[in-house]
Design a binder for this molecule. Structure first.
Ligand code: PMV
Length: 299
């Protein structure tokens, strides 16, 4: 069975679109895939089924992935451990797990140079052209520094990170949230430029805190990053409530993660995520814990 990780962006979403670096971590929840030889390519994910030629997005994505690998048809059986479309990298995790399963089945090593282009072909069907941070995190796990200019580079956290993740409302499409920041930038360039400069400074500081294993300052930097994102109007009442509940339950910091407008919130905790999860469950939010170990990347 082949696996891949989901991800959360710890710092720098939205700013990354304008060339600022971002920090993302792979989480253990992700996707599993198995490939079986077949006359016609097909895929089943829970209740969703698709066959090559049926014109569905899922079928088109599978066809694009197999074409990128130059592979014959396979029947894919896939499990997804993440909510789709919530900013947790579900589609990239699927693409990477499926590409790995197909390469395993054809007897080829699942090298990054083969898997990532196939995952990009898969993601392209769902998202247009994706920045690549999700697929890199899905492939490597661990902690990544990412910029549009330089791609992904591994970071080594100096301490284990214990995270709590909640879904703070129905997710908004990433594309529309990115467009809303672009509109604000064209109307009020000075506001957005200041925000981008602020995020750049705190992403740099976050890298130092992460490598030093200083969770307290990482938490404070997450709060600051969230404040700046709220100033860009990508937060919602639901996200603000989830962040407040996490902080009141002892989180070191909390912020929206991904595109905002709904979707996921991530909180950093000292060690035990349970008090934050309990506060969220009491507010009827879907949530789970995730850990990032020092040196825990896969490759
Ligand atoms: O939708 P997600 O969680 O993959 O995050 C989008 C992150 C943005 O910075 C808002 C957009 C992007 O392409 O990087």
């Amino acid at each position: 069975m082949a696996r891949a990780h989901g991800k959360v962006i710890l710092f720098g979403e939205h700013a990354v679109v304008y060339g600022v670096p971002a920090i993302a971590v792979g989480i253990s929840a992700g996707a599993n895939a198995r490939a079986f030889s077949a006359a016609v390519a097909s895929i089943s994910i829970g209740d969703f089924r698709a066959r090559a030629g049926d014109g569905s997005e899922l079928a088109l994505a599978l066809e694009a992935l197999l074409a990128a690998l130059g592979a014959p048809p396979y029947a894919l059986e896939v499990e997804l451990e993440l909510p789709a479309g919530a900013g947790l990298g579900a589609s990239a995790a699927l693409g990477v797990a499926i590409a790995r399963a197909v390469l395993e089945a054809v007897g080829e090593p699942p090298a990054e140079a083969r898997v990532l282009p196939a995952a990009a072909a898969w993601e392209g069907v769902f998202h247009g052209s994706a920045s690549g941070i999700d697929a890199a995190a899905a492939f490597h796990g661990g902690c990544l520094w990412y910029s549009r200019a330089d791609g992904a580079r591994r970071l080594e956290p100096g301490a284990e990170l214990s995270l709590a993740i909640a879904l703070a409302g129905p997710p908004a499409p990433t594309r529309s949230m990115v467009e809303s920041v672009a509109r604000l930038k064209s109307r009020r360039p000075e506001v957005v430029d200041k925000a981008l400069a602020g995020i750049r400074a705190l992403v740099d500081n976050a890298r130092l805190s992460l490598e030093a294993g200083d969770r307290r300052s990482l938490g404070q930097l997450m709060d600051l990053n969230h404040m700046i994102l709220s100033g860009l109007f990508v937060s919602t009442e639901g996200i603000e409530t989830a962040c407040r509940l996490a902080r009141e339950a002892g989180a070191l910091g909390a912020k929206l993660t991904g595109a905002g407008g709904g979707g996921a919130v991530v909180a950093l905790v000292e060690d035990d995520a349970e008090p934050v999860l309990a506060a969220w469950r009491a507010a009827e939010l879907r949530c789970f814990a995730a850990r990032v170990m020092p040196g825990a990347g896969d490759s």
